[in-house]
Ligand binder design. Structure first.
Ligand SMILES: Cc1cc2nc3c(=O)[nH]c(=O)nc-3n(C[C@H](O)[C@H](O)[C@H](O)COP(=O)(O)OP(=O)(O)OC[C@H]3O[C@@H](n4cnc5c(N)ncnc54)[C@H](O)[C@@H]3O)c2cc1C
Length: 409
């Protein structure tokens, strides 16, 4: 039996390992010059390979229950056993995140490549697959710079659109669509938010420990605490990445979305107001532009004061009325920005949306449209939170799809 795996990323490599059984010839097509390019960039080069808390709440998509059967059989313990057998010693860090003890994503890629080699999987790099045609009970796979290959089973593992320089693109969706699958509009998740604001030019490059809230339809629909970074076009940093999926989903639904940036999440509102009053009263002769210096990142101060309605930043602090100080506290409690979008794709870590999982068997990951076609990884409409959940889905779904694709007829 011949099995083609299309895509040499996290899910495709594990699918190739799972499919490599006696009597099965495995061909893995990768469009890049080498396999696993994105893997090298994961976890800031350290590869957050899974998470010990795989509660379903960390996985998303149009059918949130879809990923459960796969993750129930291939949980974090399975991932640790799988990689342990290949030589990876895990270390658990804060928030149950698991990394290789080596601290090197490259070591995770090495052991996957070596295992594929030992098992005899044939890796065809620079082999962008342009077409997959059903031909009777078999498939014909058309890749660049090679003759078409006839195979019995196909695993599509081409990933999503995120991070195009690391392999993200839409060609996998086109292949799935041509084979009869519906694609749920992909949008960037774990991504920066594009904001409309006159202040960005002044505050870009500023990084601070804060919190964010996403507001849509008159309610707070997501919130996160952690580092926030203002950029040229909006906001990024772990806290923003954590709420970006919900913001993107609401925007796609046509709702106006607002981001509140909380600059003093460590203080209750009363304590914050007392602190601001104290600072204004302590040095009344100083220009108002100096009052928050030492409390807030000073690059944020002029924009915060202007957003609070203070036009003249040279006036004495003592001359600022109590109600204006109250407005400053309000801005520090939640500086509102209109969200224009998520992305760009170049800075997104994950794709939300993708191949509609209603057309895929959740037990085997076989297509319900095309027998003997299997799908795995990020190209499916499944995405996870930041913290090792996306790679866990890639390993688990790749293994299930590879096993299914090599099952005796
Ligand atoms: C910067 C960054 C950091 C990340 N860090 C983490 C982390 O620490 N932990 C975590 O859990 N997740 C992390 N992720 C997410 C994680 O890397 C992905 O979810 C995961 O790699 C998805 O695996 P995949 O196999 O589905 O897709 P990919 O890993 O993207 O692999 C798909 C492969 O298919 C190839 N391909 C595409 N189309 C074709 C075609 N037509 N023909 C042939 N080949 C094709 C691509 O070149 C690519 O190599 C990170 C992502 C990024 C961008």
């Amino acid at each position: 039996m011949r099995v083609a795996i299309i895509g040499g990323g996290a899910s495709g490599m594990v699918a190739a390992i799972a499919a490599s059984r006696p009597g099965v010839e495995v061909l893995l097509f990768e469009k890049g010059e080498r396999v696993g390019r994105k893997l090298l960039a994961t976890g800031n080069g350290r590869c957050n390979l899974t998470n010990l808390d795989l509660d379903p709440v960390h996985f998303h998509g149009s059918l949130p229950a879809f990923s459960r059967p796969v993750l129930a059989r291939h949980d974090a313990a399975w991932t640790l056993r799988f990689f342990g057998a290949l030589g990876i010693t895990p270390v658990v860090e804060d928030r149950d995140r698991v990394f290789p003890r080596s601290g090197q994503a490259s070591s995770v890629l090495d052991v996957l490549r070596w295992r594929m080699e030992e098992l005899g999987a044939q890796v065809r790099c620079k082999g962008t697959v342009r077409d997959v045609r059903v031909s009777g009970r078999a498939f014909q796979v058309f890749a660049d710079s090679a003759l078409p290959e006839t195979v019995d089973r196909v695993v599509l593992a081409t990933g999503g659109r995120a991070a195009p320089t690391l392999g993200g693109d839409v060609s996998g969706y086109a292949l799935a669509h041509a084979l009869g699958h519906r694609i749920i509009e992909p949008f960037p998740a774990l991504a920066p938010l594009r904001l409309s604001s006159p202040w960005l030019r002044q505050v870009q490059g500023t990084r601070f420990d804060g919190a964010v809230e996403v507001l849509a339809g008159g309610e707070i629909v997501a919130s996160a605490r952690g580092e926030v970074l203002f950029t040229e076009h909006g906001a990024s940093g772990p806290a923003v990445l954590d709420v970006s999926r919900v913001a993107g989903e609401r925007l796609l639904a046509g709702q106006p979305v607002r981001l509140n940036v909380i600059l003093a999440p460590d203080l209750e509102p009363d304590a914050l107001r007392r602190e601001i009053d104290r600072r204004f009263e302590q040095l009344p002769q100083r220009p108002v532009s100096t009052v928050l210096v030492g409390f807030l990142n000073k690059r944020l101060v002029p924009a915060v004061l202007r957003e609070s309605g203070l036009a003249d930043l040279e006036r004495c602090a003592g001359a600022v009325p109590a109600e204006a100080r109250g407005r400053i506290a309000e801005v520090l409690e939640g500086w509102p920005f209109d969200v224009a979008g998520t992305g760009p794709w170049a800075h997104a870590q994950v794709t939300a949306g993708g191949v509609d999982v209603a057309e895929v068997d959740p037990g085997t990951l076989e297509s319900r449209r095309v027998p003997n076609l299997f799908l795995a990884g990020e190209m499916l409409d499944v995405d996870g939170d930041c913290g090792g959940f996306n790679l866990q889905w890639a390993w688990a779904s790749g293994h299930v799809a590879g096993e299914g694709a090599s099952r005796p007829a």
